[in-house]
Design a protein around this ligand. Structure first.
Ligand code: MN
Length: 521
């Protein structure tokens, strides 16, 4: 039998208040989901409980954990938002509604829309906690994907691999990223997965024994120099990251040295560099493999020193050196920064305050613009390189560059980027990103000029509408076309996007030229 203690046991010193909240949410959700079953045949509530446990393990606060327990109430248990607000307050309702909204987005494998969809996730998760709860929800769904009907598995796994795992990586929550990748990879690319499995099998023969032996040798070398206060640990790279690396290295498995890595965790940053010195003094390092992510953190805040050495008995091993704090940061990422802290978005006794909105995106940015910088290069680059930065982060970073201060940046972000853009869907669920007040005409041209040129009518959310209807976030739009239909002069007034205007103008000019020549003859 499960109980609220399953969650509470994962929280470090929960306050009495936290405890009461979690117990209440537990009982409420258990009752609301009563009689509902998962594909696996388990009670539905188990899913809510497991989601909450993942959040507790990540170190999220009691409100996020409670929202994790309640996250499927609106959509799957038919509980009214008013009831959630009455029982648990505005903030928890806000989190639950946020997660519900994100659940409506579907990825259908249209490559060109991946970036939009990621952006949409960010835009809709005004509060970071919403995104993290959604990630926890997805992780449990992936852990149980074998029970889901076959025809759904591929879509869910692809969505996880293309949308959720990259967002989790972006947030630096490696613990989640690795598991999400490992669980979805075999469903999305079964053949490639088999290749990686074979490579790992070949390369990691007696891996445990080899690592134990090397760890022992390293500890001895460090002890000789008086360093005894260390912790060691090792990790196996996710199958998906190994696959991506294989592709980069032309499928040459011999060029991959970091399938497993020994981690050395020490008290201070100075210790990290000292340990590096001792290791290089004891084992010959591979040239060009030393990466100082302490001096130059990765864009997602990851910090550690990496080096790869010859172990002396025929092996090559990656070593990662870091402090306890860096270790926690690398496993839990941004989740480790917001632990137990209340978000400024909601202050006691009032509703929403704008201050906290997008604050977490801001947190991601300054590092994002350093992405293209060579790690070993101590000099800051004269010009910021955007190479390799996902376009949605780049767009955000450009906003920041143009803005003077944080406050202005926030204003720009809210007004230009999110408030002036809407995200709408094709009937298949592909996302189209348009300026606010766009019409079905803009939508049609955003899909394809041929669709715009032959548009007769449009349905929004299943209802026929006039072509000057202003589209709203989340609308599903279906365009009707016929060969006899064509743009009219009025469309020029209605269209908002440059693309649509240009195409309409071209057709109108053609029509005008035709009329003229007809008139002359
Ligand atoms: Mn769920």
């Amino acid at each position: 039998m499960s109980s609220p203690n399953d969650i509470l046991a994962l929280i470090k010193d929960p306050s009495a208040e936290d405890q009461t909240l979690i117990e209440k949410a537990y009982q409420f959700a258990e009752k609301a989901h009563e009689g509902q079953k998962r594909y696996s045949g388990e009670p539905y509530f188990n899913h809510a409980l497991e989601t909450a446990k993942i959040l507790a393990e990540l170190g999220m606060g009691a409100k996020s954990i409670a929202a994790g327990l309640l996250h499927d109430l609106l959509e799957d248990a038919g509980v009214k938002p008013e009831i959630v607000e009455k029982e648990f307050g505005k903030e928890i309702l806000f989190l639950v509604e946020g997660v519900t909204k994100l659940g409506k987005l579907r990825y259908h494998g249209a490559e060109r829309h991946i970036e939009s969809l990621r952006k949409l996730f960010v835009a809709m998760s005004e509060d970071l906690r919403v995104l993290i709860i959604k990630l926890a929800d997805r992780l449990h769904n992936m852990r149980t994907i074998q029970f889901v009907p076959k025809e759904k598995q591929q879509r869910i796994a692809a969505e996880t691999l293309e949308i959720y795992a990259p967002l989790s990586y972006r947030l630096g929550v490696r613990k989640l990223t690795r598991e999400l990748e490992n669980l979805s990879f075999p469903y999305v690319y079964p053949k490639e997965y088999e290749i990686v499995k074979e490579v790992i099998k070949q390369k990691s023969k007696n891996m445990d024994a080899r690592i134990v032996k090397f760890t022992h040798s390293v500890k001895k070398a460090l002890a000789k120099k008086g360093i005894t206060q260390i912790k060691t640990d090792y990790r196996i790279k996710s199958y998906w990251s190994i696959y991506k690396k294989l592709v980069r290295k032309n499928m040459d498995a011999d060029k991959i040295y970091d399938i497993s890595a020994l981690r050395i965790i020490v008290p201070t940053v100075a210790d990290c560099y000292q340990v590096l010195g001792i290791i290089h003094g004891s084992y010959r390092p591979l040239p060009g493999r030393i990466k100082d992510y302490i001096a130059f953190p990765k864009p997602n805040d990851y910090q550690s020193i990496h080096t790869t050495v010859f172990t002396g008995d025929g092996d090559i091993m990656e070593v990662q050196i870091r402090t306890e704090e860096m270790h926690r940061g690398s496993e839990y990422g941004i989740a480790s920064h917001i632990t137990y802290k209340e978000y400024p978005r909601f202050k006691k006794g009032e509703g929403e305050s704008a201050a906290g909105i997008f604050a977490w995106i801001l947190k991601l940015l300054p590092k994002a613009v350093n992405f293209g910088r060579p790690k070993e290069d101590a000099k800051p680059p004269s010009k910021i390189s955007y190479e390799g930065v996902p376009s949605w982060i780049k767009e955000l970073a450009e906003y920041q560059e143009k803005s003077v201060g944080e406050k202005e940046f926030m204003e720009n972000l809210k007004s230009d980027f999110f408030e002036h853009r809407i995200f709408v869907f094709t009937p298949k669920g592909d996302v189209v990103d348009l300026p606010i007040d766009s019409s079905p005409i803009d939508f049609a041209y955003a899909i394809h000029s041929d669709i715009g040129d032959r548009m007769c009518g449009a349905k929004v959310n299943g209802k026929l509408v006039s072509l000057d209807t202003a589209l709203k976030n989340g609308d599903i739009i279906e365009i009707q076309t016929k060969n006899i239909c064509a743009p009219t002069a009025k469309w020029m007034e209605v269209a908002k996007t440059a693309v649509a205007k240009k195409k309409i103008r071209a057709i109108l000019d053609k029509q005008a030229a035709k009329t003229k020549s007809v008139g002359k003859s």
